[in-house]
Design a protein around this ligand. Structure first.
Ligand code: HSE
Length: 421
C-alpha cells in the first residue's frame, strides 16, 4: 500500500483537529483507499507552546515553516495557520516545490486566492479548500460537482459560527454580547482576533469564495456591503421574536439580469423559513437554482473536528489524485463575469427598533410616508416593520427620528428585495 506523506502548518484548534482525526480514521482510510497517510512534520510558531501536543510517533515538531515546505518527501501541505502574509509565502513556496495544498484559510483565499490557485494550476498540483467555507458542511464540493449543471440564482448563508452562536445566546439565554462572545472564543469557534467574525468580514470572505463557485464571479471585499453584529441589541432580538422573525447574520448573493447583488449583515428572517431555525455554531446555506429549486445545507460551521473532517475529505481527493498521477485540476472552473451590485440600495422592507422611546404614535406616523405593516411595543422599545421602501425613504425616516432625539436601529427583512426586472 502506498504511503502519502503530509506536512502540517499550524497546530491551533483546526491543526489539532487534523492530527486527531488523521489518527482516529487511519484504519478506515487504509480500508477504503489504496494508500495511507503519514504525518511527517508539523510547523508551529512557538515550540514551547506545544511541548505536550499529542503527535503520532515519529512526527517531527518544528518552528521552521521551510522544514515543511522544502521537505522533498512531503507530498501534501495542510495549511491551518491562518493569517494572510506568512501563509501566502509558505503556500507559494510549497507549490513551487510541487506539493499539493489543502487549506482552511478563507482570508487568504478570498483576498489572494485567484493568484495562488493559478500558480497551483501552472505547477500542476492540487489546491483544495473545502474547510474554508462553513466549517464541516461539504458545500464547495457540492457546488463544484452536483450543482455544476444547474443555474444558481441565489445563495443565502449563515456562514459565521461565532456570530450565530452570539446572536443565539443573546436571544435564547439573554446573555450579554460580551459574555456570549467570550464563550464562543472559549469553545474555539472564533478567530484569534474575533473582529472579523463580529464585523461580518469573515462571512464576507466566505461569500466571496461561494460566489466564485456558484456564479463564476470573483467579488472583492469592497464589492460587498458588509456589517457585523456588534450593535444588535436584546431589544431588536426580542421585538423581532414578537413579530415572528429571527435576526441572523446573513450573507446573500443574488443574480438578476447578469448582475450579482450582494450583502452581508444582520437581517430579519420569517420564523417559518429553515434558516430561522439555524442556531448556535450551526451554519446553513440555502441555494436557489433553476433545476433543483431550493436546497438547504446545514451543519457545524466551526470547531476542531467538523473543520478537520472537511480537510480530511480534501486529503482523500488529493491522495487519490497523487496515486493516479492526475493532480492540477482546479477545484472550481466556473468563470462568468457579471456586474457587482449592492443589495442594500434596492427597495426592501426593514424592521426598525427604537429603544427607550417616549415618542407618541401620532408623531411617529407623521414622520413616515407609509403605513407600518406591523408594530409592537415592549417595556423599553417600539418596533415596526415597514412595507417595501426605497433606501432614500429609509434614510429620511432615520434622520427624522434622530432629529426627534430617538436612536433607531434597523435590519432588512430577508428576501423582501425588489429588483427591477
Ligand atoms: N471563526 C469562524 C466562524 C471559524 O466562527 O465561523 C470557521 O470559519
Amino acid at each position: 500500500m502506498e504511503t502519502i506523506t503530509i506536512g502540517l502548518l499550524g497546530l491551533g484548534t483546526v491543526g489539532q483537529g487534523v492530527v486527531t482525526l488523521l489518527q482516529k480514521q487511519a484504519a478506515k482510510i487504509s480500508r477504503t483507499q489504496n494508500f495511507r497517510f503519514k504525518l511527517k512534520r508539523v510547523a508551529v510558531r512557538n515550540l514551547a507552546h506545544h511541548q505536550t501536543a499529542e503527535l503520532p510517533v515519529g512526527t517531527i515538531l518544528t518552528d521552521k515553516i521551510t522544514d515543511v515546505t522544502d521537505d522533498p518527501e512531503i507530498q501534501i501541505v495542510v495549511e491551518a495557520m491562518g493569517g494572510v502574509d506568512v501563509a501566502k509565502v509558505a503556500i507559494c513556496q510549497a507549490i513551487l516545490n510541487k506539493k499539493s495544498i489543502i487549506s482552511a484559510n478563507k482570508d487568504l483565499l478570498a483576498t489572494a486566492g485567484e493568484e495562488i490557485l493559478q500558480l497551483a494550476k501552472t505547477v500542476g498540483v492540487d489546491f483544495f479548500y473545502e474547510a474554508s467555507v462553513a466549517g464541516g458542511i461539504p458545500i464547495l464540493r457540492v457546488l463544484s460537482s452536483s450543482l455544476e449543471t444547474d443555474q444558481i440564482t441565489q445563495i443565502t448563508g449563515i456562514i459565521n459560527g461565532t456570530a450565530n452562536y452570539v446572536l443565539t445566546a443573546m436571544e435564547r439565554e439573554q446573555q450579554a454580547y460580551v459574555t456570549a462572545l467570550k464563550n464562543a472564543q472559549k469553545l474555539g469557534y472564533a478567530e484569534l482576533n474575533p473582529t472579523n467574525d463580529v464585523q461580518g468580514i469573515d462571512a464576507t470572505y466566505k461569500l466571496i469564495i461561494l460566489s466564485r463557485f456558484a456564479f463564476g464571479q470573483s467579488l472583492a471585499l469592497t464589492d460587498i456591503p458588509h456589517q457585523g453584529i456588534t450593535t444588535i441589541s436584546p431589544a431588536q432580538l426580542a421585538s423581532a421574536n414578537r413579530l415572528g422573525l429571527k435576526i441572523k447574520l446573513l450573507a446573500v448573493a443574488k443574480e438578476v439580469n447578469q448582475q450579482l447583488f450582494s450583502f452581508v449583515g444582520p437581517a430579519a428572517i420569517p420564523a417559518t423559513e429553515p434558516l430561522a431555525h439555524v442556531n448556535g455554531v450551526q451554519n446553513a446555506i440555502a441555494i436557489q437554482s433553476n433545476a433543483l429549486g431550493e436546497t438547504t445545507y446545514t451543519g457545524p460551521g466551526a470547531g476542531a473536528h467538523p473543520t478537520a473532517n472537511s480537510i480530511l475529505s480534501d486529503l482523500l481527493v488529493t491522495g487519490n489524485n497523487i496515486v493516479k498521477g492526475i493532480c492540477g485540476h482546479e477545484f472550481n472552473r466556473y468563470r462568468k463575469p457579471s456586474a457587482a451590485q449592492s443589495l442594500t440600495t434596492v427597495p426592501q422592507q426593514y424592521l426598525i427598533t427604537i429603544e427607550d422611546t417616549k415618542i407618541e404614535p401620532s408623531v411617529l406616523a407623521n414622520l413616515c410616508q407609509f403605513t407600518w405593516q406591523q408594530q409592537v411595543t415592549g417595556e423599553h422599545y417600539w418596533s415596526g416593520l415597514t412595507p417595501v421602501i426605497s433606501a432614500t425613504t429609509l434614510t429620511t425616516l432615520l434622520d427624522s427620528l434622530k432629529h426627534q432625539g430617538q436612536q433607531p436601529h434597523y435590519v432588512p427583512l430577508s428576501n423582501s428585495w425588489q429588483m427591477a426586472s
